[in-house]
Design a protein around this ligand. Structure first.
Ligand SMILES: *Cc1c(COP(=O)(O)O)cnc(C)c1O
Length: 388
């Protein structure tokens, strides 16, 4: 029998038994769970760290350690640089529109986030119209090597739909050094949660409020030598670039363990602390392993459920960092999310613009796989209790 939670206006008063609740109720896809240990470390360091100059050694050593930590975590080949700047991923799209696309880009568009960079590039008066290859939500397109494309924009994990894709250079494109296009990857919700081979990208950019369990407002970008050359050559061509979006300035400052303008120090601190937590526990194997384990639990629960099904049809496309789970018509997922919220389990609501009867659950490395199992039990409880 399928239980019923029918109407979102009728939020049933359901109290989930304490023994079923997860230890931590944060399952949002960004901002996402910040580990309490990380906040405690920040509090312990606060007196000599917060409220001090970002141009002095105390803060610069944290930035230096963060850059080194990211280099280790991603096993970056020689020549790659770790860049940092303010404004999060959305600002990085604008910076890329100015400083990474020479003339024409190609974008894989399969959800809210991947479509936004495509829009930024098509709105830019100094660029040719980009090629946008789109696919239905719940799937992803494939890039096509072209002679006239100088940047391929990929998205490792489309956070709005819960679709992940493997990062590979488009076949035939060659390396940027040989005249092919640069491969620039939005890894915002994937970085440290999904494996990636640095040989397959020239730019891998992200923000720290997802897998790095820090706060928003910064961007980080791992950039190959070819990408650095592109940044320099566009600048040398005389193109006007606003200073806050100028990647030559960002690169110069990053090499000095600084940002061009004042960063959020707490964000930097927690970003570095999380990178160190990954590296101290086994690096990328550890961080991606936690996501993999959570995903196994969640999708196995959905597969065995008589009211829940993974939204993404192809198993290989189902994200290991952000799961989207459709509910049977007889159950109102928004009501389930509201009941969970009333019980301290927050941010399982679906991506608003997707408009589906589903829950979206982050499975970032900070989230304990045991808590994902507890969440499944809580959903079962809520759906069961509302059928009574
Ligand atoms: C969250 C997210 C963004 C936006 O990041 P901001 O730091 O808020 O600009 C972009 N792309 C993807 C894939 C995301 O998940």
């Amino acid at each position: 029998m399928i239980p019923y939670v029918t109407d979102s206006s009728d939020n049933p008063q359901i109290t989930i038994p304490a023994n079923l609740l997860p230890a931590d109720g944060r399952f949002g896809s960004g901002p996402s769970k910040v580990r309490p240990e990380n906040v405690e470390a920040l509090a312990a360091a606060a007196d000599h760290f917060l409220g001090t100059s970002h141009r002095q050694k105390t803060v610069k050593s944290v930035v230096g350690s963060l850059r080194e930590g990211l280099r280790d975590l991603f096993s970056l080949p020689d020549g790659y640089e770790v860049m940092l700047g303010n404004g999060g991923t959305t600002c990085f799209w604008d910076a890329a529109t100015f400083c990474l696309i020479e003339k024409k880009s190609q974008h894989l568009s399969f959800g809210e986030f991947s479509s936004k960079f495509a829009t930024a590039a098509s709105d830019a008066p100094h660029l040719d119209d980009p090629e946008v290859i789109a696919s239905d939500v719940g799937t992803h397109p494939t890039s096509i090597a072209r002679d006239d494309v100088d940047l391929y924009a990929l998205t490792h994990n489309e956070t709005s739909t819960g679709v992940m894709m493997e990062i590979t250079r488009p076949t035939g494109a060659g390396s940027a050094a040989k005249g092919g296009g640069l491969v620039a990857v939005d890894g915002t919700s994937a970085a440290a949660g999904l494996p990636v081979d640095p040989e397959q990208f020239d730019v891998y950019y992200f923000a720290p409020q997802k897998c790095f369990g820090s706060d928003g407002g910064l961007w980080a970008a791992l950039v190959s030598l070819s990408a650095q050359e592109r940044i320099a050559s566009i600048k040398a061509s005389g193109r006007w670039v606003p200073a806050s979006l100028d990647l030559t300035i960002a690169l110069d400052n990053s090499k000095l363990d600084q940002t061009y303008n004042t960063p959020a120090l707490a964000t930097l601190f927690m970003f570095e602390n999380q990178a160190r937590w990954f590296n101290d526990n086994g690096g990328m194997k550890f961080s991606t392993g936690r996501c993999e384990r959570s995903a196994e639990i969640l999708y196995a629960w959905a597969d065995n459920s008589d009211f829940a099904t993974p939204f993404v049809q192809r198993e290989v496309d189902r994200s290991r960092v952000v799961a989207t789970i459709d509910f049977a018509d007889s159950i109102n997922a928004a009501t389930v999310a509201a009941v969970l919220r009333a019980n301290g389990i927050v941010d399982t609501e679906p991506y608003r613009k997707l408009g589906r009867n589903q829950l979206r659950v982050a499975m970032f490395p900070a989230i304990d796989p045991d808590d994902v199992a507890a969440l499944c039990a809580c959903i079962n409880y809520v759906v069961g209790a509302s059928a009574d």
